[in-house]
Design a protein around this ligand. Structure first.
Ligand code: NAP
Length: 244
């Protein structure tokens, strides 16, 4: 029986790359999406080309009932979830002086509360199985802070606290919980930046380039497999040396 992974927000960007990486390694895949669109269709097709199953489950991670529903649907289909990757995330950047309360709340709701909502619905199955891996996508901004991102940075720092606390709670049940903190990765999320700004940021990174979704997916895959069985409660930076 194949191992089963659930990845939230997996229709594009880093989430899609993680889903493809697990598909290439023989996992059956559950991808969560918010809106049905061409990205979803293409991602599902690309996953299935690896001769594994792909179940696409609709739901907004900031809505607890949605998460309850889609986790039950995955269990009904596959009978288990071995690996959970909390990837869905948004930004609403602006300086605090200009930030509306709704901009702060919505980023916390998707990034941090969403991580709680999905994990809370998955954990009981992992507890019963006495095994599981949970990998939360944080950000270097959650470690170091960033002007214009008080909301995002608070949500990503919150994910780190959540990861460490949960790792302590469930270690005795054989469940390992880690966070990955990407630096500056080329996706639609960073596409909004102007070319010259991207070049400036790339120059400030010791490895002199933006990261790729692949760079992140490789580490997530490592944290899900046997080779990382003595690692829990950690934050792994995938940032080309940005945070040194
Ligand atoms: P992206 O291209 O914008 O993709 C984000 C994904 O999350 C999309 O599939 C989006 O679906 C989904 N999503 C957003 N809100 C959702 C919700 N409420 N419920 C379910 N799905 C939702 O971003 P990305 O760059 O791949 O980022 C993926 C993760 O990495 C995020 O957690 C991000 O914070 C983190 N990260 C990214 C970078 C970077 O430089 N790119 C750096 C550090 C950390 P829709 O199409 O429905 O919006």
């Amino acid at each position: 029986m194949n191992r089963v992974v659930l990845i939230t927000g997996a229709t594009r960007g880093i989430g899609k790359e993680i889903a493809l990486k697990f598909a290439q390694n023989g996992y059956d895949i559950a991808i969560n999406y918010r809106k049905e669109n061409d990205d979803l269709k293409n991602t599902k097709k690309e996953i299935e080309e690896n001769n594994v199953k792909c179940l696409a489950v609709q739901g907004d991670v900031s809505n607890f009932e949605d998460c309850e529903r889609f986790v039950k649907a995955i269990i009904a289909e596959y009978g288990k979830i071995d690996v959970l990757v909390n990837n869905a995330g948004i930004t609403k950047d602006t300086l605090l002086m200009r930030m509306k309360k709704e901009d702060f709340e919505s980023v916390i709701d998707v990034n941090l509360v969403g991580t709680f909502n999905v994990t809370k619905n998955v954990i009981s199955y992992m507890m019963k199985a006495r095994s599981g891996r949970i990998i939360n996508i944080s950000s270097v901004v959650g470690v170091a802070g960033n002007a214009g991102q008080t909301n995002y940075s608070a949500s990503k720092a919150g994910i780190i606290g959540f990861t460490k606390s949960l790792a302590k709670e469930v270690a005795s049940r054989g469940i390992l919980v880690n966070a990955v903190a990407p630096g500056f990765i080329e996706t639609q999320m960073t596409d909004v930046l102007k070319e010259d700004i991207k070049e400036e940021i790339a120059k400030s990174i010791p490895l002199r380039r933006m990261g790729s979704s692949q760079d992140v997916a490789n580490v997530v895959k490592f944290l899900a497999n046997e080779e990382s069985s003595y690692i829990t409660g950690q934050v792994i930076n995938v940032d080309g040396g940005m945070l040194m």
